[in-house]
Design a protein around this ligand. Structure first.
Ligand code: HEC
Ligand code: HEC
Ligand code: HEC
Ligand code: HEC
Ligand code: HEC
Ligand code: HEC
Ligand code: HEC
Ligand code: HEC
Ligand code: HEC
Length: 414
């Protein structure tokens, strides 16, 4: 028992006396920075220190002994060796699960299947390794908002390389992904509306592996979130044709990074996406025009109902029931936009017809409310006239009473 206690104390003393941190804190520049940054590092909180990655002996403050090869000192870690260094612990389930029982331990295995991992293994040290994404010496929990892999910060982390034309020149890779993504509906949902279910770079590309889980290729990723769209699209005549187009699927019409808010303009008119393959006279072109017309019709009818209901509400009428119905109408509009992905007019017509019935009812409700308001106004005017007449009558009566009392108040006539 006493022996155990002494051992524990000795352990605590060794932890407290960390010559690596002590000495490096007093150095300057690149030698001091790691020691300063390390106070925020999750590895420090997990009880690790410099020597757990760099080797050496932290129990002696003799510089040469502390950083000697004999005591396992490795010095600065070369870029090509970083993944193996991290994997020493992160692929060790026993060690990691002592700290976090649910934590995955396949990051290194996955990384080796990614473009980055393969390039690095082939000797190209410009490819991203663990510390390019996670930082070094101030590695934080991935859920921490300050972590460079947090969804809101990740685009900038990837952009450090992928938006840098000089770094990407030798790969002939486009450098516009970041710029386009920042204009997309996804970034808007994520950054402006705080919707963490919207994709950041790694949601589509995977963080460690080449493709995210459950899909064989990045092109198939949209369906993991937009399930209804994918179900329809899969059965459409486009699926087999687009699949053969390489990065096929949804991105043929929507793009991958710069996805903008869709509208009927994608179907018909100057900005139609269909015209690249179907001219207006073809079956595809005619379908596109009819679908646009249907959706446009419902959208306009709902807007019209919205207008009359707004006027009714502003004049104080109770129209909550019609407003609820209107929400149902809007749902049919959304359904019709989803149905576009069957690329059949009939599929779009169904929700449009349902929606038109509702729009008709809500317009009627608005119209009735306005009529009732007019009747009430007539009623009010009549009431006002009655009141006015009564008040005038009362006034006259009071005046005639006021004239008489002199005789009563002053009976003596003094
Ligand atoms: C008494 C001071 C002192 C102690 C103790 C010390 N260092 Fe250093 N360390 C230095 C100085 C000075 C340098 C820069 C000069 C050099 O590279 O020798 C340095 C350099 C380094 C480098 C960079 C090597 C490179 O190749 O760029 C690493 C990594 C490092 N130390 C880690 C450690 C670790 C880990 C420990 C503890 C096991 C430790 N140091 C203990 C003073 C110290
Ligand atoms: C989780 C592992 C890990 C821990 C813990 C760690 N380092 Fe490092 N350190 C690295 C890696 C990896 C690199 C190489 C980074 C790179 O390629 O940019 C590095 C680089 C360095 C360098 C070279 C910096 C340069 O710009 O040349 C120094 C000095 C250093 N570490 C000191 C320390 C000190 C001091 C501590 C403790 C306070 C420490 N490290 C803790 C992994 C670690
Ligand atoms: C291309 C960037 C990138 C590289 C390279 C990378 N990671 Fe990650 N890592 C991420 C992202 C993104 C997450 C997930 C963040 C989230 O869940 O929001 C993550 C999550 C993690 C986690 C938390 C658990 C988990 O799996 O979600 C650990 C641990 C981790 N990475 C370790 C590593 C190690 C070790 C390496 C090197 C073998 C590495 N990472 C390489 C981007 C990267
Ligand atoms: C000496 C063992 C060890 C080494 C080496 C090591 N780690 Fe860790 N790391 C841990 C432990 C233990 C935790 C805490 C458990 C956890 O949160 O996953 C951790 C946590 C993390 C986390 C936070 C995960 C989360 O929960 O959000 C990241 C990210 C991470 N390490 C990345 C790295 C990277 C990158 C390297 C290589 C530069 C590295 N680690 C090297 C043991 C190690
Ligand atoms: C340290 C720089 C660096 C960082 C950071 C980085 N990458 Fe890369 N990435 C590269 C290099 C270099 C290649 C190899 C290019 C090639 O061979 O085509 C590459 C390749 C890729 C490819 C394959 C491109 C292709 O079709 O060949 C994708 C996708 C990719 N990176 C996505 C990401 C994402 C997403 C992130 C952030 C989570 C990221 N990268 C962070 C340097 C980086
Ligand atoms: C909504 C999903 C999605 C998001 C978010 C996304 N990508 Fe992509 N990305 C794709 C698809 C799909 C491809 C095409 C894949 C193919 O060709 O097989 C692609 C291709 C790439 C390529 C290869 C070169 C190219 O442009 O074709 C790189 C590099 C890349 N993305 C980086 C990024 C970066 C960096 C981010 C974050 C700023 C990001 N991506 C966000 C889906 C996405
Ligand atoms: C990680 C989940 C996820 C992935 C993967 C994903 N999205 Fe999204 N997407 C969302 C979320 C969340 C929104 C915002 C919700 C909204 O505005 O209705 C959104 C919005 C959209 C919108 C705009 C919808 C609207 O009504 O304005 C389009 C179009 C879109 N995504 C297409 C795609 C395409 C194409 C892909 C594949 C390249 C894709 N998405 C991949 C989650 C995802
Ligand atoms: C052949 C072209 C084409 C393909 C392929 C395609 N879409 Fe669309 N998508 C459209 C058009 C056109 C609209 C706009 C309909 C409208 O607003 O009138 C649209 C609208 C959308 C919307 C917005 C719906 C809304 O409520 O406004 C989402 C989300 C979407 N598509 C996702 C996907 C996904 C996911 C895939 C792949 C499974 C996909 N699309 C494949 C043409 C396409
Ligand atoms: C990249 C080219 C491409 C784009 C863009 C495209 N289509 Fe198609 N579409 C095709 C091909 C190829 C077929 C024929 C498939 C077959 O023969 O089975 C087809 C078939 C169709 C069909 C079945 C009738 C027919 O012509 O065989 C309809 C309807 C259709 N597309 C509508 C659309 C609409 C609406 C859009 C725009 C939202 C669109 N397509 C965008 C290539 C495209």
């Amino acid at each position: 028992m006493r022996k155990l206690l002494l051992l524990a104390l000795a352990g605590a003393a060794a932890w407290a006396a960390d010559s690596c941190v002590d000495c490096h804190s007093k150095l300057e520049g690149a030698q001091q920075a790691p020691a300063t940054a390390f106070t925020a590092d999750i590895h420090r909180r997990a009880g690790f220190s410099c020597a757990d990655c760099h080797g050496g002996d932290r129990s002696t403050s003799d510089m040469d002994a502390s950083m000697s090869k004999a005591r396992g000192f490795r010095g600065k870690i070369a870029r090509k060796d970083v993944p193996q260094l991290c994997a020493r612990c992160h692929s060790d389930a026993n060690l990691i699960h002592k700290h976090k029982p649910q934590q995955r331990v396949d990051q290194y295995a996955q990384y080796q299947t990614s473009v980055h991992g393969k390039k690095l293994a082939a000797g190209d040290t410009a490819a991203a390794n663990c510390v390019d994404c996670h930082s070094v010496h101030d590695i934080r929990e991935v859920k921490n908002a300050l972590s460079p892999v947090h969804p809101l910060r990740l685009p900038e982390t990837c952009a450090r390389c992928h938006a840098d034309a000089a770094k990407m020149a030798k790969y002939k890779l486009d450098t516009h992904q970041f710029e386009q993504y920042r204009k997309s509906v996804h970034w808007e949902a994520l950054a402006k509306r705080g919707d963490l279910s919207a994709p950041s770079c790694a949601s589509c590309h995977g963080n460690h592996g080449a493709a995210p889980p459950q899909v064989s290729s990045v092109a198939a990723v949209c369906g993991t979130c937009h399930v209804l769209f994918e179900d329809l699209y899969k059965k459409s005549p486009h699926q087999p044709v687009f699949a053969a187009m390489g990065a096929g699927g949804c991105v043929v019409c929507h793009e991958n990074h710069g996805i903008v808010k869709p509208s009927t303009e994608m179907l018909a008119g100057a900005r139609s996406v269909c015209v690249q393959c179907h001219d207006a006279a073809s079956a595809g072109g005619a379908t596109a025009a009819k679908m646009a017309e249907q959706i446009g019709k419902l959208s306009a009818a709902l807007d019209k109902s919205d207008g009359i209901l707004r006027r009714a509400r502003e004049s104080g009428m109770e129209i909550s029931e019609a407003q609820l119905k209107q929400i149902e109408g809007r749902e049919n509009l959304i359904k019709s936009r989803v149905a576009v992905h069957a690329f059949q007019v009939a599929a779009v017509e169904k929700p449009v017809n349902d929606g038109m019935v509702i729009a008709g009812e809500t317009w009627k409700a608005g119209e009735n409310a306005l009529k009732e308001r007019d009747w009430r106004r007539v009623g009010l005017a009549a009431a006002l006239v009655t009141i006015l007449v009564t008040m005038t009558g009362l006034g006259l009566a009071i005046r005639s009473i006021e004239r008489r009392p002199e005789a009563v108040d002053n009976p003596t006539g003094r």
